[in-house]
Design a protein around this ligand. Structure first.
Ligand SMILES: Nc1ncnc2c1ncn2[C@@H]1O[C@H](COP(=O)(O)OP(=O)(O)OP(=O)(O)O)[C@@H](O)[C@H]1O
Ligand SMILES: [Mg+2]
Length: 502
């Protein structure tokens, strides 16, 4: 890796931070050197984002000290940290909807004093920023904030962070919304930044990525440091043990199940972005849709639930042709989709964990339009336990949960519905390894109880671990189907990537 200078740029010592009911950080210390990538790992709710927010003056710690180049600093606002060159690319990008990418990046720093704001100059500057940071072709300076994909929103945050002086740059789970290609661009950017002496702090749940780019790995558990390891001297299993506090022997638990009758039958359907897609899902079967980001899997899922119009073909459930005009019809017909972008599409941030979980099942929980509170609370409590959602209580406002625990909360809502057909789009995005195992166990249990399950996943180990059958998509159509027994990473990849002979 890169040459490290002897003295750390950033030192944090004994940092503690308490929220109502939660000790988020307890005497955490870290140091970050110029030119290194310090990875932060830990379960959902371990305190990673909180630590970054202390570093950027978004939270004022209850105790502890921060030093830059050996001198103590007091960060009371994000502006203080920015002036010192400490920046974070946050877990949830903040994008202003109806203004351009260029203005989103330089909002607050637009050249306005004494002269008219020069749109053309700004656009040229941002075009150059995009070029220089290696994101050419992935984002356009004129695009409006509300039209950006999750990956493009990340890129805006990255360009914001690069727009001022820079000593320490932290990324909070940057790749969870990036395709492999976009992630590679990000890794190249990180390498250039460290070469130029920036200290990079990198939060991720992706083990392989961390072992590839990090210099050292710091593991947090329950708000405390449990270890710091040189990346070259550690392993996936050691990191899991440090994070979870135990060995995770069976990530994928599978019961012996016999698929039954066909529940979902998709027959030659096309829509704006998919064409001629055919496959089935049986009762008791887990089918995984694999393929590259952008291959049309989310579009296909939305077509199945009536969220995008179908231009040709038929979808049948239990043998009967479905005519779904909206996702609401789908729910009535016994199928549901847990969408990929759960936070943006589904969470009521100001409401409680209980409200958010019970939302999808209020119908079955109410009698004569009166919600049975006891049943509702029981359901929420069971979900919180099954997915290990870390919250001080069921009444906690969802906005205060950690990113991964918010993800688990919405997923719990869809799982609680126990539909006959469930479509789960990237169900483990942003969750830690322990929670992944929980989610896989729930999927296995639902399938054993006879549900037909369609999972969209971009992680190959997950595809192989979960699937009874794998349907691979490429360019909006099915490029091949593999049975569990003969599926390998290579076969899936070649179906996802290789151009087929005409
Ligand atoms: N503003 C807040 N109010 C109350 N509690 C909070 C607040 N912010 C964070 N917490 C709590 O502090 C703990 C640490 O949260 P944090 O967001 O730092 O976790 P994390 O390690 O980033 O997790 P994830 O991997 O899920 O993003 C959690 O229990 C969370 O619910
Ligand atoms: Mg976080």
């Amino acid at each position: 890796m890169n040459q490290q200078s002897a003295a750390p740029v950033l030192i944090m010592t004994g940092v503690s931070k308490r929220f109502a009911g939660v000790q988020a950080l307890k005497e955490v210390s870290l140091s970050a050197h110029a030119g290194e990538v310090l990875a932060l790992m830990g379960e959902n709710g371990a305190g990673k984002s909180t630590l970054l927010k202390v570093m950027t003056g978004n939270y004022i710690p209850d105790a502890g000290q921060i030093m830059i180049d050996g001198a103590p600093v007091h960060l009371t606002t994000p502006g203080d940290a920015r002036r010192l060159g400490i920046r974070v690319v946050p877990q949830e990008p903040e994008i202003i909807p109806y203004v351009s990418v260029a203005e989103n990046i330089y909002a607050g720093a637009l050249p306005t004093r004494g002269r008219l704001f020069n749109r053309a100059a700004l656009r040229a500057r941002v075009a150059a920023d995009i070029e220089r940071s290696g994101f050419s072709g992935m984002i356009d300076p004129d695009q409006l904030g509300n039209t950006l994909s999750p990956a493009q929103r990340q890129i805006v945050e990255i360009l914001r962070a690069l727009s001022g002086p820079l000593r320490v740059l932290a990324f909070d789970e940057p790749t969870s919304s990036l395709s492999d290609h976009e992630a590679d661009s990000l890794f190249r950017l990180i390498a250039r930044l460290t070469d130029s002496g920036v200290a990079v702090i990198y939060v991720s749940h992706r083990m392989k990525e961390i072992l590839r780019i990090a210099t050292r790995v710091l593991v947090l558990r329950d708000g405390q440091t449990v270890g710091v390891r040189p990346a070259r001297e550690t392993s996936e299993s050691e990191l899991v043990r440090l994070m979870v506090g135990r060995d995770l022997s069976a990530l994928y638990h599978r019961s012996a199940r016999q698929p039954g009758a066909v529940v979902l039958s998709v027959d030659k359907i096309s829509s704006a972005d998919i064409h001629d897609v055919t496959f089935t899902v049986r009762s008791g079967e887990v089918v995984v849709l694999a393929g590259l980001v952008g291959a049309g899997r989310t579009e296909l899922a939305r077509a199945i639930i009536g969220d995008v119009p179908i231009t040709a073909g038929q979808i049948r459930m239990d043998g009967k042709v479905l005519h779904l005009a909206s996702p609401r019809d789908a729910v009535r017909a016994g199928l549901c989709l847990a969408p990929e972008e759960r936070k943006a599409q589904a969470l009521l941030m100001k409401r409680s964990v209980r409200d958010n979980i019970s939302l999808a099942v209020l119908q079955s929980l109410s009698r004569w339009h009166i919600i049975r509170r006891g049943a509702e609370r029981r359901l929420a409590a069971e979900s919180v336990a099954a997915l290990h959602i870390r919250t001080p209580s069921l009444e906690q406002e969802v906005a205060t949960l950690s990113g991964g625990n918010q993800q688990k909360t919405v997923l719990a809502r869809w799982l609680a519905r126990q539909s006959r057909l469930m479509i789960l789009d990237e169900p483990t995005r942003g969750v830690d390894v322990g929670a992944k195992a929980d989610i896989y166990a729930i999927i296995d249990r639902l399938a054993s109880a006879g549900a037909a399950i369609l999972v969209i996943s971009s992680e190959l180990p997950e595809v192989l671990g979960l699937a009874d059958r794998i349907v691979v998509m490429q360019h909006g159509t099915v490029s091949g189907t593999l049975d569990r027994a003969d599926a390998t990473e290579e076969k899936i990849l070649s179906l996802a990537i290789l151009e087929r002979a005409a």
